[in-house]
Design a protein around this ligand. Structure first.
Ligand code: SF4
Length: 208
């Protein structure tokens, strides 16, 4: 692990957040399974990072109860129920939009499921590829909106103001003709409960 990553892990620790470095996505999958107790309930947020890791299939094949709001064939009501259960699960798995070298974590959310899970679950595991590490909070906020959210809008064909040109137009994105993705912004500066919040830093690019 290089000096910058060691510094990030130390800065997370200073904030009562455990940072765990793994070199590859395969080791990230192993680490996630190690961290989650058998028979636990698990909530997930929509995340390209988690998709790339194949986390849902991995957990559903194991001894866990996964509240998967994206499960094929379920109704909208069932999906909403899964989301709500996931926010209060034993473990909530998500990814961040950016992390500063100082250890601040940035999350944007459209409907608040991600932010609710981070606030309410008994344990939170955030997975973060090295492509999401930026020097400071200002850059993390900028990355979250101008890179992660714009690419996610494109990926999901989300009818926001950035869909056409891939450029954030946050000042007009409230207008009724748009469906804004960046509705809630959460910056985690610290964690009060020791052991509750863990960040797995993966030594590969993952997600947007
Ligand atoms: S245009 Fe709207 S949805 Fe797109 S990145 Fe900006 S604030 Fe988010």
């Amino acid at each position: 692990m290089d000096k910058e990553l060691s510094g990030l892990i130390a800065n997370l620790k200073r904030r009562n957040i455990e940072g765990i470095y793994v070199p590859s996505r395969e080791e990230a999958r192993v680490k996630i399974k190690q961290l989650i107790l058998k028979r636990a309930t698990v909530g997930i947020s929509g995340s390209k990072t988690l998709d790339e890791l194949g986390i849902v299939a991995l957990l559903e094949a194991g001894s866990y109860e996964v509240f998967n709001q994206y499960k094929a064939g379920i109704s909208r009501e069932q999906s909403l129920q899964m989301r709500n259960l996931g926010c209060r699960a034993d473990y909530f798995l998500t990814s961040c939009n950016a992390v500063s070298e100082e250890g601040e974590l940035v999350f944007l959310s459209a409907n608040g499921q991600r932010t609710s899970g981070i606030a309410n679950a008994d344990n939170v595991i955030v997975v973060c590829g090295i492509n999401k590490i930026v020097p400071n909070l200002e850059q993390a906020l900028k990355r979250g909106r101008e890179q992660a959210a714009t690419l996610n809008c494109k990926r999901l064909d989300w009818k926001s103001a950035c869909l056409a040109d891939g450029v954030c137009h946050k000042d007009i994105c409230f207008a009724p003709e748009y469906k804004r993705m960046c509705c809630q912004l959460l910056v985690v500066e610290s964690e009060i409960n020791p052991e509750r919040l863990k960040v797995i830093i993966v030594g590969e690019d993952l997600g947007f």
